[in-house]
Design a protein around this ligand. Sequence first.
Ligand SMILES: NC(=O)c1ccc[n+]([C@@H]2O[C@H](COP(=O)([O-])OP(=O)(O)OC[C@H]3O[C@@H](n4cnc5c(N)ncnc54)[C@H](OP(=O)(O)O)[C@@H]3O)[C@@H](O)[C@H]2O)c1
Length: 333
Amino acid sequence: MSKNRQWLINDRPLGRALQHEDFKRVDSDIVEPGAGDVLVKVLYLGFDPAQKGWMENIGGYVAPTEIGDVMRGSGIGEVVASQHPAFKPGDKVVGMLCWQDYATLPGHELEAVPDDELLTANLGALGTTGMTAYFGLLRHGRPQPGDTVLVSGAAGATGSIVGQIANIAGCRTIGIAGGAEKCTWLTDEVGYDAAIDYKNDDVRQRLKALCSQSVDVFYDNVGGAILDHALAQIDMHARIVICGGISRYERGELPAGPQNYFNLIFKRASMSGFIVLDYIPEYPAAKQRMREWIANGQIRFREDLQEGFENVPATLMRLFSGMNFGKQILKLD
Ligand SMILES: NC(=O)c1ccc[n+]([C@@H]2O[C@H](COP(=O)([O-])OP(=O)(O)OC[C@H]3O[C@@H](n4cnc5c(N)ncnc54)[C@H](OP(=O)(O)O)[C@@H]3O)[C@@H](O)[C@H]2O)c1
């Protein structure tokens, strides 16, 4: 059998942007599966901003990483050999396959997925990304028909699904994203009622014009100044959902707290954070619902497919410059 190409964690990118030297490329032997294990050939990798935080051991909600570990990341693969009764060669699976050609891991850490036209969606709309949009919005945002739902990072993998679930819930939706192309996509194809281009528009003025004091739900993927501007426009009993804060992920010093947080008092509003992993027991029902929405055209998604093992680190970096358009995926060669 061939060698196992791997990317290892070589440094911790704390307080700075990722760089190529943060990863080390090695060849190692493929690990034969022991009792209960499955050997998987990795076909696709999915990329999430959180992977940078995992390298930094920030947050404490996942097991710590060590320098020299194979870089952690979700993937879709095909079973090559199995010592687990639930899997047989040829099955397609999703799991934390990491940045390598072959993953050997316990069968209970894998999920079998249908080998259909939605295969790669198991890394996006039907995977953790879709679950983040679903539980973050429905459990924390609690949208009601007629609400105005504002979303930052709206053209991203998570944000684009959030807007569509809010539309299904009967809400008016406003998305904030970087660049005219992404904003046009939001209004013309995703179904957002309006979009704000934070790279070219005056966000404060545009928010005032579109939703002055009338934001019922703010689903925030970005933090920083955008969170502050959004807090200035909330309505009574608004719900602020803190999903992520990508504007701070490359910064050495913490940004100043939002000046407009006192609006939470005046508007009797609430702000809550969440980690999607807490909802794992409820994933099956939510995924079934997402499948139905995708099948009947209520949820659309876009995938940004890169290729090639050598391009894996650079593909993660695309998320932090907004180069990705839709769920960032890479097909291994
Ligand atoms: N709480 C949870 O359990 C959980 C789970 C998964 C993900 N998340 C969070 O959800 C958010 C979205 O993740 P995703 O996987 O869907 O990624 P994504 O939105 O597909 O990709 C990241 C996007 O962030 C935007 N961005 C990058 N730097 C920015 C900056 N300085 N200011 C404003 N926007 C910036 C870029 O879009 P533009 O081109 O528009 O700038 C980029 O496309 C992240 O904050 C992530 O940490 C949270």
